[in-house]
Design a protein around this ligand. Structure first.
Ligand code: NDP
Ligand code: 2IT
Length: 446
């Protein structure tokens, strides 16, 4: 980080909170973007806003104990990081994955605060989850785990306190089990989780929202440069909730989806994925919970243990799997393959070094805080639907999502510097989110 020429230095403030490696990389990225804003605003320096945003309001850590199908006792960690509620109730997903640590959830909660601020909706930032691995577990085991997780979490959440949702490993099935247990314990049916199944108060369009929003953001970035998605070759990573619906809207917009992936490897499509193939893939992933290695068909090649980035030529890349899945060499491969536009469907999939490669090569880069904000924005619509005892149409939620994504694009452009002739959306998103958070923190007093 280059803050030497400034009258203040953010580095000691970062060191003082002793962040883990993921949290540190998220903070350093933001610090670099917002340093000029803090430099220009003495009120932000005096109120020590940057530091006050570094330490979460609280981190709740608990034990989750449950019984597997063989009758054995299992024990996992559970966490909820309530980062800030200055703009609204804590809001953010739950991640169930064996790699989850407190560091993972702190970086995600921090990013969520900026993202949620950009949506313009009244939501604060939080994140939670467990090192539980849903893969290979029966539905009954997943249910018992979710019930045990909620036995502790219920006392910390509420529709105007903290509203969790899904993330990696947490979809409609898990949210249904979690909400069912919450209802049984509390007697409340107040919509305290979002991403709920339809019968439990879910919102039409929430399943599609993150992927659709990412494609809408990528399209807005292209339009800003006088281009469209029509005919573009699009690499996507992941084959979960975000990736599948990003692929759906990309195909609807006339793009050719040329890759998908899971943690076992990638598939490439010679002629682009057809709508029929996407339907089959969605069935394999959402219903059968299968693996990509078992997915074949016309023009499809499986690449074991490979990331998509060097496999085929493309114009656009949408990393939609996980953090740091695009490292420096992957970014160089994307540039070699012809990619001119990257939009992050996942949270922080591109490392700092990868982002530098994009900047140096004039690749337009849309950060997750902006590009994947459609999911949480639509979660907020679900909160509105539940609070007003209403039933929204899918058209209403998708129209509103579209408007929010274009508005976030405008905010980024408004706050972004131009680097190598390209709008620096990364800095634009950080600055746009930061000023909203900072002004609210000052308004609230100490
Ligand atoms: P899912 O669990 O539905 O899908 C995750 C996908 O990413 C799977 O294909 C999974 O493969 C792959 N993946 C996960 N971890 C790894 C890994 N370590 N290495 C390689 N591949 C991996 O999650 P989502 O689609 O919901 O989330 C994807 C990303 O989008 C995450 O970064 C999440 O934080 C972000 N996001 C999600 C939102 C949402 O509304 N769901 C909103 C905004 C951002 P496998 O099945 O083999 O594990
Ligand atoms: O990272 C994210 O924005 C999410 N996982 C969605 C959060 C939400 O509350 O819908």
């Amino acid at each position: 980080m280059t803050t030497a020429a400034r009258s203040f230095d953010l580095n000691p403030m970062i060191d003082a909170v002793n962040p883990g490696p993921l949290y540190r990389s998220a903070i350093e990225e933001v610090a670099e973007s917002i340093a000029p804003v803090i430099e220009a605003n003495k009120k932000y320096q005096d109120a020590r806003v940057f530091e006050r945003l570094l330490i979460p309001d609280r981190v709740i850590r608990f034990r989750v104990e449950w019984v597997n199908d063989q009758g054995g006792v299992e024990v996992n960690f559970g966490w909820r990081v309530e980062h800030t509620n200055v703009l609204g109730p804590y809001k953010g997903g739950l991640r169930f994955h064996p790699s989850v640590t407190e560091d993972t959830l702190q970086f995600l909660a921090y990013e969520q605060c900026f993202k949620n601020a950009l949506t313009g909706q009244p939501i604060g930032g939080g994140k939670g989850g467990s090192n539980f691995d849903p893969k290979g577990k029966s539905d009954n085991e997943v249910m018992r785990f979710c019930q045990a997780f909620m036995r502790e979490l219920y006392r910390h959440i509420g529709p105007s306190v903290d509203v969790p949702a899904g993330d990696i490993g947490v979809g409609g099935r898990e949210i249904g089990f979690l909400y069912g247990q919450y209802m049984k314990i509390t007697k409340q049916r107040d919509g305290v989780l979002t991403g709920k199944p339809m019968g439990l108060g879910g919102l039409l369009g929430r399943t599609e929202a993150t992927g659709y929003g990412t494609v809408t953001f990528a399209e807005a970035m292209l339009k800003h440069n006088g281009q469209s998605l029509d005919g573009k070759r699009v690499m996507i990573s992941g084959s979960g909730n975000v990736a599948l619906y990003a692929a759906e809207l990309a195909i609807q917009k006339g793009a050719k989806v040329v890759t998908m992936s899971d943690s076992g490897g990638s598939i490439s499509f010679d002629k682009g994925m057809s709508s029929e193939q996407l339907k089959e893939l969605t069935e394999l992933k959402e219903v059968q919970r299968g693996r990509l290695k078992d997915f074949g068909g016309d023009g499809i090649t499986y690449h074991p243990e490979a990331r998509p980035w060097s496999l085929v030529d493309a114009d656009v890349a949408l990393p939609c799997a996980t953090q740091h899945e695009v490292e420096k060499d992957d970014a160089a491969a994307l540039v070699d393959r012809g990619v001119k536009c990257v939009a992050e469907g996942a949270n922080m999939p591109c490392t700092h070094e990868a982002r530098s490669v994009f900047h140096e090569n004039g690749v337009v880069f849309g950060p997750g805080k902006a590009a994947n904000a459609g999911g949480v924005a639509t979660s907020c619509f679900e909160m509105s639907q539940n609070a007003s005892h209403d039933a929204w149409t899918k058209e209403r939620s998708l129209d509103k999502l579209h408007g929010v994504m274009l508005d976030i694009h405008e905010q980024c452009v408004e706050h972004a510097p131009i680097v190598n002739g390209v709008v620096d959306y990364g800095a634009g998103a950080d600055r746009g989110g930061f000023v909203k958070l900072a002004d609210a923190i000052i308004a609230m007093g100490v």
